[in-house]
Design a protein around this ligand. Structure first.
Ligand SMILES: [Ca+2]
Ligand SMILES: [Ca+2]
Length: 170
């Protein structure tokens, strides 16, 4: 139940809501089982936030078991942790990794993305492109069936990840 801890801290925060245009349903009922459509990356960085502003994301990639490669196409939730005070904007995470990164601001920073309607099956690989480990930067990767960190069930794909990190969806 450790996934609940960072989520509790988010209650009461204002999220940037992005209309979900590429997934037919926000619930798993239509595709069922251990199949997901969304990836949540949660910043766990807690040290020296003033100098690192948490993890720095350049992109998120889905490799399907059948060999398909997809980069995030839509940001559903974007929230910065206490290391950043500007308005949360994670739009730089859409598409393949570029030269620019989005710093999530430390513990509590959260982003949820999807991949053009592609479902995320068990055995798929999620790769998070973080621009390189620095001073306590840690993050968790989850897969889920909703567009909100406050609803549904989020399944851990990786905990305490650093740098560029691939995880296999359980
Ligand atoms: Ca950083
Ligand atoms: Ca970094």
């Amino acid at each position: 139940m450790r996934w609940m801890l960072p989520l509790v801290a988010l209650i009461g925060c204002d999220f940037i809501e992005v209309v979900d245009k590429d997934i037919a349903s926000d619930t798993a009922s239509t595709y069922g089982g251990a199949t997901y459509a969304y990836v949540l990356v949660g910043d766990r960085s807690s040290t020296d936030l003033s100098s690192t502003a948490g993890i720095d994301l350049e992109g998120i990639r889905l490799d399907t078991p059948s060999g398909g490669i997809f980069y995030s196409t839509l940001v559903h939730e974007c929230e910065f942790g206490p290391g950043r005070e500007d308005e949360a904007d994670c739009s730089g995470l859409v598409g393949s990794p570029g030269s620019e990164s989005v710093s999530l601001g430390g513990d509590g920073g959260t982003v949820i993305v999807s991949f053009g309607g592609e479902y995320i099956e068990s055995g798929a690989t999620i790769t998070v492109y973080e621009d390189g480990y620095e001073s306590g930067e840690l993050y968790d990767i989850y897969v889920g069936d909703t567009t909100s960190s406050n609803t549904g069930t989020w399944t851990t794909c990786a905990a305490g990840a650093t740098g560029e990190f691939p995880c296999e969806v359980p």
